[in-house]
Each structure stands twice: as C-alpha cells, then as structure tokens.
Design a protein around this ligand. Sequence first.
Ligand SMILES: CC(C)(COP(=O)(O)OP(=O)(O)OC[C@H]1O[C@@H](n2cnc3c(N)ncnc32)[C@H](O)[C@@H]1OP(=O)(O)O)[C@@H](O)C(=O)NCCC(=O)NCCS
Length: 256
Amino acid sequence: MEDKGAKQDAKRSLTSQTGPQAIVVREFEPADKAEVQRIFSEGLLEMISDTACRGLIHHPESILLYTSLTTLCFFITMCWWVIGLLPVVWLCGRYLYSMRVIHGYLEHAMSTDMGDMEKFYMNSSDSCLWVAVLEGKVVGVVAAVSQKKSGGAVELRRMSVDERFRQCGVGSALGRKVLEFAVARGCSTVVLGTTAYTQAAHRLYQRLGFQCVQITNGYDTPGARWSLLERIFYRVRYHHYSIDVKNYKSALIKQN
Ligand SMILES: CC(C)(COP(=O)(O)OP(=O)(O)OC[C@H]1O[C@@H](n2cnc3c(N)ncnc32)[C@H](O)[C@@H]1OP(=O)(O)O)[C@@H](O)C(=O)NCCC(=O)NCCS
C-alpha cells in the first residue's frame, strides 16, 4: 500500500514539476548499466503474474485442458474436494512455470546483450540502446537493431520503463527514438514482438502507429526447456507488431 502511495506521489510530483517535455532520451553510457539492468529485469519479472493469471483468459485451450483434467480426476477419485483443490494447483503450476521460463529468459538476456550493452549495441551503426532520463535519473530503456536479412527492418527491443515513472510519456519518447533511428538509416519498417498481455504495452505500440500483423500462439520463449509440465503450465502468445516507416516519416513532415 505504502509502496503504491510512494509511486503515485513520485508520478504526481513528476508531472506537475516537469511535464513530458523534460524527458531526455540519450544514448546509453557505461555508467547507466546497473540502472538499465534493474529497469529491464523489473519490467520482465512483472510478466510472471501477467502470464500466469491474465494470460489464462487469453488461452481457452488451457482452460479446457485444466477443466478436462479436473473432471477426469473427479471421476477417478469421486472426491468433491478435488474440484476445489485442482484449480488452485493449476494456478500455482502456472505461476511456478511462468517464473521458471521468465527467469530463464532473463538469464539468457543477461548473458548476451543485456550483460554487455556497450559491446552489443554501441559498437556498430546498425544498433543502439537509449535511456530516458528525467531529472538526472535513468527511468527507461529501449534498443534497436537493424536486421540486414529482412529487407531493411529495424527491430525494437528491450522496452522497459521504471514502474514509478509510467504513463508519463517515457515509453512513447523511447519508441519515437527508435522510429527516428529507422528513418535516419533509410529503413523501411520497424518490427517488434511482445508476449505481454497488459494493456500498457499494446496501447503504447498502437499509439506509436504500430499494427499487430500476426499472433503466434504457443510461442517458443528463449530460455524455456519445453518439458511436458512446462507445456501444460506455460503458454503464451507472441504479438508481432510492425510499422511502415514511410507513414511515420510523412506524419513527421505534416507535424513540422
Ligand atoms: C509498456 C511500458 C513500456 C509503457 O511505458 P509508459 O512510459 O507507461 O508509456 P507512455 O506513458 O508513453 O504511454 C503510452 C500509451 O499507453 C497508455 N498506457 C500506458 N500504461 C497504461 C496502462 N497501464 N493501462 C492503459 N494504458 C496505458 C498511455 O495512456 C498512453 O496512451 P495515450 O497516449 O492514449 O494516453 C511500461 O508499462 C513498461 O515498462 N512495462 C513493463 C515492461 C513491458 O511490458 N515492456 C514491453 C514489453 S515488449
């Protein structure tokens, strides 16, 4: 409760003192590493409950599986308490396996790009990582990589905003930076993918002009081991978003 109040106060004082124009998006510097890793990890770990609980209503096939297994167990045991207990078991299983997969994904990211951002993103003109700064504090992160193989597309990745500074325009400012990066490089599209079910991520990308072009049900998350139990308890949809940079360029010209 106290934590939530503190976050609200931070947000209120931020919007009243500064306004969205005070958000500065700049290139990553080595001194930002710890803060960037914290913001990225916290954003990712929030997806555990999102996947386990909110995700369930998006997967009728999982609901059907749990209901069938519960009914089967009931007919085998003929115990009424099975009907009350098993849904709790399914939810705990979903939470446990979402935690395992997402921690595996985090480890994978930390042992690759997010472990050495300088090397992975800042040593080539085809990639970049930016941080959003508010009142001297790093409050958000995003990265972009040019995908040479897929016809000049830029991939937006690692978008995350410190929970205390959300809904203040930080995510939008970071997203626009990636779009400007693509325009400057003459790239045709910006693409991204997300397994988030929260409204926040989808609303952000739609507001930036992205369109959901495909949904992969049962996405193979990097870091997953795909044991039988993992398949039963962890199932996500991967939303593929894309924006034609030409549209963004003409919107920019109209604005100026
Ligand atoms: C998704 C995320 C980056 C959004 O960042 P943000 O700084 O809050 O985004 P903005 O303030 O620029 O908001 C962009 C739009 O999304 C909307 N939005 C943001 N959070 C929202 C929420 N919780 N519920 C509904 N809409 C929300 C804003 O209202 C705004 O739309 P509007 O212009 O129509 O008002 C942030 O919530 C986050 O870091 N989440 C955890 C990590 C994550 O999910 N990353 C993306 C996965 S790929």
